[in-house]
Write a protein that binds this ligand. Structure first.
Ligand SMILES: NC(=O)c1ccc[n+]([C@@H]2O[C@H](COP(=O)([O-])OP(=O)(O)OC[C@H]3O[C@@H](n4cnc5c(N)ncnc54)[C@H](OP(=O)(O)O)[C@@H]3O)[C@@H](O)[C@H]2O)c1
Length: 364
């Protein structure tokens, strides 16, 4: 793969979009060709529209002029960091126009024909693309708290079967996007509510940990008709805490086959990723790290493990109410958003989705 393919970033001036720009800086497969934002920013260069903390981006990127949401895009691959209400319409329009859209937004995650993917866990869900009605394609990554939860649960579900889950989240301020909440609301405080978050945390892991269901049995050439969700309840409580980056989760699980903390740690450490053979540039050497250090994981100390792409699990111990309890930490902007989308884009490229469905492929 020597020729880099053009990508666009929609929502490039936001918290997730600008993180994507940084990750694309020296990407071996992709070249940033186009950027877009709202009508407020359209026509300005990235240098003019981005906040000062993004001035480290290369001149070639900062000189790009932001597109208006209604403009035509020419890149085969579009990474979307749009707000959900905007993504709902715009991402479908882009997929209809023949782009492969890889989205951070929640708008289409639970659509039966849209894969909700963590490549290490459920790369096979890309089969759903065969059922999409567009010449392009639409692939999504999970909510930022779900990224850590689903990855941490995946080995336990595979090895022992999960019966039910209780989770409380401690979510960083950058998860709220730009400009973010007023500092006064968060200093010396915890806000025990995030609009719409608990529903996503309860539902999205079940789709990710589910299995593709083939329409009418195993029909050659047909994609999965949908996903049969994993069958266990998740009870979630979500809170915003005064941390810059990194979502910490307190998780308790009941297992179908009982396991000791040591057996659970071995299952997590030994989890075989579904994408090891693909050598995706953003794939971490270890998607899951188990720490035995006291008082870990902590956002400040552990969020950058594996360049922010590892989920760190710690304090794995017996639970007197369910079976096991532990803490899990994921960087919300890396594993939880921009890094997750980029990994999905790499998966789409490596598995031929971009070359068979991307705009330029169609034009050739
Ligand atoms: N922050 C996280 O940790 C996180 C994690 C996972 C998923 N997500 C999801 O990722 C998406 C982006 O989140 P964020 O935190 O980066 O949000 P954000 O900081 O508010 O950025 C939103 C971006 O969308 C653009 N935009 C707003 N309205 C638009 C419109 N009508 N047409 C075109 N562009 C428009 C904004 O452009 P202007 O600068 O011109 O307003 C900005 O570039 C959201 O769907 C969010 O739920 C976020």
């Amino acid at each position: 793969m020597t020729d880099r393919i053009d990508v666009g970033v929609a929502g490039a001036t936001g918290m997730v979009g600008s993180r994507l720009l940084g990750l694309l800086r020296e990407h071996p497969w992709f070249r940033l060709a186009e950027v877009g934002a709202s009508q407020r920013s359209a026509g300005r260069t990235l240098a003019e529209a981005l906040p000062p903390e993004e001035a480290h981006l290369p001149e070639s990127m900062l000189a790009l002029v932001l597109k208006d949401p209604g403009e035509t895009w020419k890149s085969p691959l579009i990474l979307s960091a749009l707000p959900a209400p905007v993504a709902e319409h715009v991402e479908v329009t882009l997929a209809e126009a023949g782009h492969v859209v890889v989205s951070n937004a929640s708008a289409h995650r639970m659509r039966p024909d849209v894969p909700l993917v963590i490549p290490e866990v459920n790369a096979s869900h890309l089969e759903l693309l065969d059922n999409q009605p567009w010449s392009g394609a639409l692939v999504t990554n999970p909510n930022c708290a779900v990224a850590g939860l689903a990855l941490a649960l995946a080995p336990l579900h595979r090895s022992f079967g999960i019966e039910r889950v209780m989770v409380t989240t401690f979510q960083a301020i950058s998860g709220a996007g730009r400009p973010g909440p007023e500092a006064d609301d968060f200093l010396d405080n915890v806000v025990p509510f995030i609009q719409g978050e608990e529903e996503k945390v309860a539902q999205e892991p079940l789709k990710i940990l589910g299995a593709p269901a083939v329409a009418g049995g195993a029909v050659a050439g047909r994609g999965a008709a949908g996903i049969v969700s994993a069958d266990f309840p998740i009870s979630a409580t979500c809170a915003r805490v005064p941390v810059s980056h990194g979502h910490l989760l307190s998780i308790s699980v009941e297992l179908a086959t009982k396991a000791t903390p040591a057996e659970a740690a071995a299952a997590i450490t030994g989890y075989a990723s579904a994408i090891e053979d693909l050598a995706l540039p953003s794939a971490p050497a270890r998607a899951l790290v188990v720490t035995e250090a006291a008082g870990r994981p902590q956002p400040k100390l552990d969020r950058d493990a594996e360049d922010g792409m590892a989920v760190t699990v710690g304090r794995l111990r017996a639970c007197d109410v369910l079976d096991l309890k532990f803490l899990a930490l994921a960087h919300n902007l890396s594993r939880g958003a921009a890094g997750a989308a980029l990994l999905n884009a790499e998966l789409c490229h490596a598995t031929g989705v971009v070359s068979t469905r991307g705009l330029e492929a169609a034009a050739q």
